[in-house]
Design a protein around this ligand. Structure first.
Ligand code: FAD
Length: 304
């Protein structure tokens, strides 16, 4: 613990743009509202501060995890040893005169979509209701309603394992279903991306965003803590339909429950532990495999 205190001091001394908290409960930073303490929770406010923080953590051989808004993570009840570097305080969005939009990794997708709308740029409407950060969305190739990050991300700057800024452009992002080049390089950290959007009418863009938001409210259990769809879409099926057809709607383990509104969402009804959620995930996978011979793969990242 003394070692962590010393590391926290070193991070804060190195840059005034790094905030550090010790023993921070991850349940405060995940949309599942689940997860024990991270030894150190590090919040860089700028890209330079992020670079500096990662350099210090690497120099001291401290294991670390980079996260955005915690909307696709299930963190263990024991928490995370080492550091969690959360990008949400580095969240600048700049709309260029050429109509490009560049957002830092921690910018929320809702803010990106609203900035695009205000600037009369169309193409990011699908992202308005996804509660993740730009970095997490690029990492996962987040998508909804026929849109996905793959269609709009033109260029991404990232820090490699040596702490150098590098760039990927276009096809080099290797986007696929809930995948990108960043998923196959665990030691790369997204710093910012530039989006390719087209000119459009702000009122029509707003109308489309309102329509998609309404569709989410109608179908999804947004009044409960969750990480969205727990499972990936298995080829040829919909996970939610398989779970519902297996008779699992409403089934619970502790306070973890298969949503009664949308069976593809496993929800925390209040006070669920990671162990409850993992048992529920296992139960759902087992029943669906038994009944339909289909293996449900987790979309949610299980950490710790
Ligand atoms: C109610 C609800 C609805 C949702 N709907 C959708 C939907 O329609 N479509 C969809 O695709 N998803 C959806 N999600 C899931 C989630 O919002 C997305 O996967 C989102 O892209 C995750 O972003 P995040 O910032 O929260 O990532 P986090 O959960 O913080 O992290 C996810 C992964 O990304 C990595 N990561 C995060 N930031 C970086 C970075 N800067 N550099 C490198 N790696 C990074 C993390 O290490 C982790 O492995 C939903 C979730 C909820 C709660």
């Amino acid at each position: 613990m003394e070692q962590m205190q010393e590391l926290a001091d070193a991070l804060c001394c190195a840059s005034g743009d790094i905030e550090v908290r010790e023993n921070e409960m991850m349940s405060r930073h995940t949309t599942f509202a689940i997860g024990g303490p991270a030894d150190l929770f590090v919040l860089p406010k700028t890209a330079d501060a992020l670079k500096c923080a990662l350099e210090i953590l690497r120099e001291r051989h401290t294991p670390f995890l980079v996260m955005g808004n915690g909307s696709n993570m299930l963190v263990s009840d024991a928490g995370i040893r080492g550091a969690v570097v959360c990008t949400t305080a580095m969240n600048r969005i700049v709309v260029g005169e050429d109509g490009s939009l560049t957002a830092e990794a921690g910018a929320l997708l809702s803010a990106v979509a609203h900035s695009a709308q205000r600037a009369g740029l169309t193409g990011a409407e699908f992202a308005g209701g996804i509660p993740g950060s730009l970095g997490g969305a690029v990492f996962m190739n987040a998508g909804a309603y026929d849109g996905q990050m793959a269609q709009i991300v033109a260029r991404t700057e990232y820090l490699n394992a040596a702490g150098e800024i590098q760039t990927v452009e276009g096809a080099a992002h290797a986007f696929d279903y809930r995948k990108s080049v960043f998923r196959s390089h665990a030691d790369w950290t997204v710093v910012r991306s530039t989006l390719r959007l087209a000119g459009g009418d702000p009122a029509a863009i707003q109308e489309k965003m309102n329509d998609l938001a309404q569709r989410r409210r109608d179908k999804q259990p947004l009044n409960f803590a969750s990480a969205g769809s727990t499972f990936k879409r298995p080829s040829g099926y919909f996970a939610g339909r398989l779970i519902e057809d297996a008779g699992l709607k409403g089934v619970s383990v502790g306070a973890a429950q298969v949503s009664e509104k949308h069976a593809g969402f496993l929800i925390n009804r209040g006070g669920a532990t990671c162990s409850d959620m993992l048992r529920l995930i296992g139960l759902v996978q087992e029943r669906v495999r038994e009944q339909f011979g289909v293996t449900l793969e987790c979309e949610v990242r299980i950490i710790g």
